[in-house]
Design a protein around this ligand. Structure first.
Ligand SMILES: C[S@@+](CC[C@H](N)C(=O)[O-])C[C@H]1O[C@@H](n2cnc3c(N)ncnc32)[C@H](O)[C@@H]1O
Length: 228
């Protein structure tokens, strides 16, 4: 159960739990069954949406992936022939080590880099990115509205934010995310979609839309644009 959402103590506890969970999971994360059921479908949808943005804008892309985990999305995107640079950011230092190992392991120059940081304190200048992605990570953030506002500041005109997280607004999603996953991960918050829509509106995003996918473990991509 969530305590007062503004409480600093709760906020710190939520982040400490997430860091502990993912520091210890980093080495085996890519072999988890959840990869098949949750993470891979998310990378597929993110890649499709990024391809759509590229078709629409036809300019080089600088992408920030928040809560990047082991850098799998960066690794997929930088294998494409698009003009793309990816920065992955994660609160778990162990995840960043894995991501670096995966993308720089061969010694070949990579178009991806990783930084260990908190989604609430994004160490980048305003308007630094064309696209920001965040998949299966947002439910760990104690101050979700604030993170969405900060992401809006980081995007260039014409930029896009693609957020994917568990869709808990139908029975299957409620059982999966609010009952089972919340019990396992503890102190997480899968926001109902109207609340996410509100975060996007309040931050200034336009053309907000959603794309539901993955019937048995339902996920939802919420997509918002920054005006040109
Ligand atoms: C389930 S993994 C998702 C990884 C990847 N995006 C994917 O879809 O497979 C969640 C990630 O969010 C990160 N995370 C949790 N809280 C965070 C925060 N406050 N700031 C940045 N990353 C955070 C965790 O360390 C973890 O690597």
């Amino acid at each position: 159960m969530l305590a007062d959402p503004s409480s600093k103590e709760r906020s710190e506890e939520m982040k400490a739990l997430a860091r502990e969970e993912f520091d210890s999971w980093a080495g085996s994360y890519d072999r988890s069954l959840l990869h098949v059921f949750l993470f891979r479908p998310s990378y597929r949808v993110l890649t499709e949406e990024i391809a759509r943005w590229y078709q629409e804008h036809n300019r080089p892309m600088r992408v920030l992936d928040i809560g990047c985990g082991t850098g799998e999305l960066a690794s997929i995107l930088t294998r494409e022939t698009w003009p793309i640079q990816v920065v992955g950011l994660d609160y778990s230092p162990a995840m960043c080590v894995e991501a670096n190992r995966k993308t720089h392991g061969s010694g070949a120059p990579s178009r991806a880099g990783f930084v260990a940081a908190d989604s609430e304190f994004l160490p980048f200048a305003p308007q630094s990115f064309d696209i920001v992605t965040c998949s299966n990570s947002f439910h760990h953030y104690p101050n979700q509205a604030d993170v969405v506002r900060k992401i809006h500041h980081l995007l260039k005109p014409g930029g896009r934010f693609i957020l994917i997280d568990g869709f808990r607004d139908n029975v299957v999603g409620w059982v999966t995310f609010d009952v089972v996953i919340a019990r396992v991960e503890k102190n997480v918050h899968h926001a109902p979609w109207p609340q996410i829509d509100g975060f996007f509106r309040e931050a200034g995003f336009a053309n907000i839309r959603r794309r539901k996918f993955n019937f048995w473990m339902p996920l939802c991509a919420t997509i918002g644009d920054v005006g040109e």
